[in-house]
Write a protein that binds this ligand. Structure first.
Ligand code: NAP
Length: 306
């Protein structure tokens, strides 16, 4: 989608224009790309159903975290659309680590379960790392277990963390060249920052990873051809961090209520940044929809690991 930007008007004219070219940026439309992939996956799922290889995901939810409930409903809708079976297993908040591990082992050994997903966050008395590593790597569709992360480092095929893989898919389907580009990733979490940095490296990008202790963040970001932002701080990145014509991917999601209305924004100040980019993801409708889509892709891909 092309967006023509009138001189200095992207934020209503409140920001003085820098003495630079104002780009005609393209929106990377995550909703549209995600819908295309879901249609492709629906076709694959119907072929698997015909051949008796229909896929079943077991989604284990411990406790009553409200954000997880919304996420589960969103996932269920997409699984239904594609035609995959979504088995929700609810466990009470006082479930012990041992009980949860027993539940995972039951589904690891169940030949009718192809994929296992444990909703995070878990209640505080349960050590997430102990749990995630108990999932059979052939069923670990979230890609957070140590074997999947090891494959990521080795560049071997496996399930990779969904948001990170979704970002690569957005770039590729937007026909953006990754090889040889300088990619700066802000954020080093195990679920977004680190895996996306390694995936970009595996795609032959030259990668710099930044975090809260990075000195002179701005000047590093200004050297990025591709800037991937996964900080968890609303609108922290403005145009002073951007090289003219850069590609900007915003993984952040922040929900708030402003004047009684629900507002969603990312880690990037879109209005200030977009006019200086060649491509940018919006929030909402950029990286967000790709996470569940990649999860569904992984469920279908479990057929390759049997
Ligand atoms: P996280 O675990 O809190 O990690 C944040 C990272 O940002 C950390 O590595 C931190 O550095 C770094 N950071 C924080 N403040 C910084 C600053 N001022 N300058 C430079 N680096 C800074 O967050 P996350 O789980 O990766 O999530 C990041 C964002 O992505 C959040 O907004 C989250 O909601 C969103 N998200 C979206 C999806 C999706 O489906 N689209 C999925 C997951 C997450 P240190 O390591 O030094 O603390």
């Amino acid at each position: 989608m092309d967006r023509t930007v009138a001189s200095g008007a992207a934020d209503g004219g409140s920001t003085p224009l820098r003495n630079v070219e104002v780009y005609m940026f393209k929106l990377i439309d995550g909703n549209s790309i995600s819908n295309d992939i879901l249609e492709e996956l629906k076709n694959k799922a119907s072929i698997l159903n015909v051949t008796g290889k229909n896929r079943v995901l077991v989604d284990i939810f411990v406790g009553d975290d409200e954000a997880s409930k919304v996420y589960i409903e969103n996932k269920k809708k997409k699984f239904n659309f594609v035609g995959l079976k979504f088995n929700q297993v609810n466990l009470p908040s006082n479930t012990t680590e041992e009980e949860l591990i027993k539940t995972i082992e039951k589904y690891n050994n169940d030949i009718d379960t192809n994929a296992i997903f444990v909703e995070l966050p878990l209640p505080k008395h349960i050590n997430e790392k102990n749990i995630i590593d108990r999932i059979d790597p052939c069923k670990d569709v979230d890609g957070f277990g140590i074997k999947c992360l090891g494959s990521l480092i080795q560049g071997a095929s496996s399930f990779f963390p969904c948001t990170a893989e979704g970002i690569i898919e957005l770039l590729k389907r937007s026909k953006i060249e990754i090889s040889g580009k300088h990619c700066v990733v802000i954020g080093r979490s195990n679920i977004v920052g680190k895996p996306v940095a390694i995936l970009m490296l595996n795609e032959n990008s030259t990668v710099t990873i930044c975090h809260s202790k990075t000195k002179d963040l701005k000047s590093i970001c200004k050297s990025a051809d591709i800037l991937i932002v996964a900080i968890g701080k609303p609108k922290l990145i403005d145009d002073s961090y951007i090289k003219e014509g850069a590609i900007v991917i915003d993984a952040g999601i922040h929900r708030s209520i402003v004047d009684g209305k629900k507002v969603i924004c990312g880690d990037v100040d879109f209005d200030k940044v977009a006019p200086h980019t060649s491509y940018i993801t919006p929030v909402p409708g950029g990286v967000g929809p790709m996470t569940v889509t990649m999860l569904i892709k992984h469920c279908i891909d479990t057929v390759n690991y049997e």
